[in-house]
Design a protein around this ligand. Structure first.
Ligand code: A2H
Length: 253
C-alpha cells in the first residue's frame, strides 16, 4: 500500500436479475459490483466491468438493502468507513470467484450502454481498491488493451467462457477530447507506443502517465451535463452528482 491515502469513488454497478444459479439466494437484494475509480467524469464511456478470474471476492452487506461484491480486504476497510450493515464488521453472504462473475449483466451509472457485462482482466491487483474495475477503453490504456486482447483472441474468450456478444458490443464512445491525443486518447497512445497486450506493463505505465496528466489538465468533456467544460471543472461536479444520487460512495485506503 502507498504512503499517500488514495480516495476512490466506488461506482455501484447493479447486477440485473435474474441472478445465475450460484447467486440465487441474493435475489431480492440490490447487488452491485462496486468498482473503484479515480476518474468519475469518464463514466459515460463505460463499456464493461473487469474482474480477476482467479480472484476471491465476496458479497458483503453494506446496509439493509445493498450488497457489494468486492474483496474481503475492501469490505473490512469499508466497515471502518461506516459502510457495513454491522458496524466495523464485514458480513459476507457468499464467497465468489472472479470466474463466477464473468458474464453478469450490469446497469452502471451514466454509461451510454444500457447493459454491460463483467469480463476478465488479468492485471487486476486484489490488494488495491475493491478488486473490481470499471472499463472506459477510450480513456484508460489498461482498459483499452484488455478489451483489445479479448476482441482479437478467440482462445482468450474461450478460456474464460466469454461470449462474443459481451465483447463485441463494447464500442469506443468518445467522451473527452485531449488536444494532443484526440477523442480516443487511450487508443492513440497505445498505438503510438506500439503496445502489444495488457501484459505490456512498462509501456502501459508510460501510456497511463501520458494520458492521465493531460486528460486532467487539458481535457474537455464531449458529452453529458458538462459538455464543453474542462475535465478539471467537470470532475468534482460529476463526482458529487453521483454521490448525492446514491449511485456511488467514497472509499479511502
Ligand atoms: B481508473 P491507482 Cl478512464 N487493479 O478508472 C488494477 N487497476 C485498478 C484497480 C485494481 N484493483 N482498482 C482500480 N484500478 C484502476 C477509470 C480510469 C482509470 C480511466 C483512466 C485511468 C485510470 C476507468 N478504468 O487509472 O494505482 C482504475 O481505473 C489510471 C491510473 O490507485 C482506477 O481509476 O492510482 C485506477 O486504476 C486507480 O489506480
Amino acid at each position: 500500500e502507498g504512503v499517500q491515502p488514495q480516495d476512490y469513488t466506488l461506482i455501484k454497478m447493479e447486477v440485473i436479475p435474474p441472478f445465475p444459479p450460484k447467486m440465487k439466494s441474493l435475489e431480492g437484494k440490490r447487488v452491485f459490483l462496486a468498482a473503484g475509480t479515480l476518474r468519475p467524469e469518464t463514466m459515460y464511456g463505460q463499456t464493461n466491468a473487469w474482474v480477476l478470474p482467479e480472484g476471491k471476492y465476496g458479497a458483503f452487506e453494506i446496509n439493509e438493502t445493498d450488497v457489494f461484491v468486492i474483496t474481503q480486504r475492501a469490505a473490512l476497510n469499508l466497515a471502518y468507513q461506516k459502510l457495513s450493515k454491522v458496524p466495523e464488521k464485514p458480513t459476507c453472504l457468499m464467497e465468489l470467484t472472479g470466474q463466477d462473475l464473468i458474464g453478469l449483466p450490469l446497469k452502471s451509472p451514466l454509461s451510454v450502454n444500457e447493459v454491460i457485462y463483467a469480463l476478465p482482466m488479468l492485471s487486476i491487483l486484489m490488494d488495491k481498491g475493491t478488486g473490481v474495475v470499471t472499463s472506459v477503453p477510450t480513456d484508460s490504456p489498461d482498459d483499452y488493451m484488455a478489451l483489445n486482447d479479448l476482441k482479437s483472441k478467440p482462445a482468450l474468450r474461450a478460456k474464460y467462457g466469454v461470449k462474443d456478444d459481451w465483447v463485441m458490443q463494447c464500442e469506443l464512445y468518445p467522451i473527452i477530447n485531449i488536444p494532443e491525443f484526440g477523442d480516443k486518447s487511450a487508443e492513440k497512445v497505445c498505438m503510438d507506443l506500439k503496445i502489444k497486450s495488457q501484459n505490456d506493463k512498462d509501456k502501459l505505465a508510460e501510456a497511463k502517465r501520458l494520458t492521465y496528466l493531460k486528460g486532467f489538465t487539458e481535457g474537455t468533456m464531449l458529452v453529458g451535463e458538462y459538455k464543453g467544460k474542462k475535465v478539471q471543472e467537470a470532475k468534482p461536479l460529476i463526482k458529487n452528482m453521483l454521490l448525492e444520487t446514491g449511485q456511488a460512495v467514497m472509499y479511502s485506503e
